[in-house]
Design a protein around this ligand. Structure first.
Ligand code: ADP
Ligand code: ADP
Length: 214
């Protein structure tokens, strides 16, 4: 099964992606995580992406498409993949469909996790991440047992620079202008499922699993 998770920054895509991949045995491909790893490795792609990411605007479509297709093509022979944070523009969605079609692959479900701007702002400004294993926490909603430290590996948690309030505002504007039209693109193709992302992470996980099974 091949799945896409759509939704604004802070909707809970990363949180749900981990759970979905466990349940359905999918490969988790997060465009944001891949870009952050490229930056950490000081690669040419990481260098090209950094300014866009720090400003909260989108990295150019051609760079993202090439990067994601490279990772998707490695899923050959597997049980499927889950795309988190990609596609984020209609150009990316079309490019993805074309390239999947060339391989005889397709998307089985596109799940749009809907959360109001006010709520995602709260979620982003309280987000803490483990730089070592990528586990996502929230200082109020899913706090680690010991403040500032990853429950799994003991690494000190970090905050993303682009989760600061002024960058969050820009990311939400970018989302409404460039990513919301992607919903209509998938709706027209009959694969869009919408899930209310306003409940607890467990409630959203149950809804997400249900819409992928139907
Ligand atoms: P995204 O990948 O869509 O940006 P994340 O999964 O990183 O979103 O979640 C953003 C923040 O919100 C994190 O701090 C996470 O712990 C928290 N979070 C995720 N889902 C929920 C939820 N259903 N209720 C409350 N907080 C949540
Ligand atoms: P979030 O988890 O809050 O939704 P991400 O980690 O997915 O944010 O993305 C962080 C940044 O990486 C974005 O603001 C953007 O600059 C860049 N980025 C990630 N995915 C894409 C994409 N599909 N297209 C263009 N830029 C992207």
């Amino acid at each position: 099964m091949n799945v896409v998770l759509l939704g604004p920054p802070g909707a809970g895509k990363g949180t749900q992606a981990v759970r979905m991949c466990e349940v359905f045995g999918l490969k988790h491909l997060s465009s944001g995580d891949i870009l952050r790893a490229e930056r950490k490795a000081h690669s040419e792609l990481g260098r090209q992406a950094q300014d866009y990411m720090d400003r909260g605007v989108l990295v150019p479509d051609d760079l993202i498409l090439a990067m994601m297709m490279e990772h998707i093509s490695r899923c050959e022979g597997g049980t499927g993949f889950l795309l988190d944070g990609f596609p984020r523009t209609v150009v990316q969605a079309r490019g993805l469909d074309e390239r999947l079609g060339e391989r005889g692959w397709k998307l089985d479900a596109v799940v749009d996790i809907t959360v109001a701007d006010e709520e995602v702002t709260k979620r982003l400004t309280g987000r803490w991440t483990c730089p070592k294993d990528g586990r996502i926490y929230h200082e109020l909603f899913s706090a680690p047992a010991k403040a500032g430290v990853c429950d799994d590996c003991g690494e000190a948690l970090t905050r993303r620079k682009d989760d600061e309030p002024d960058v969050v505002g820009q990311r939400l504007r970018t989302y409404h202008a460039e990513t919301e039209p992607v919903k209509t693109y998938y709706e027209d193709r009959g694969v869009l499922r919408t899930v209310d992302g306003g409940g607890t992470a467990d409630e959203v996980a149950a809804l997400t699993k249900e819409v992928c099974r139907t």
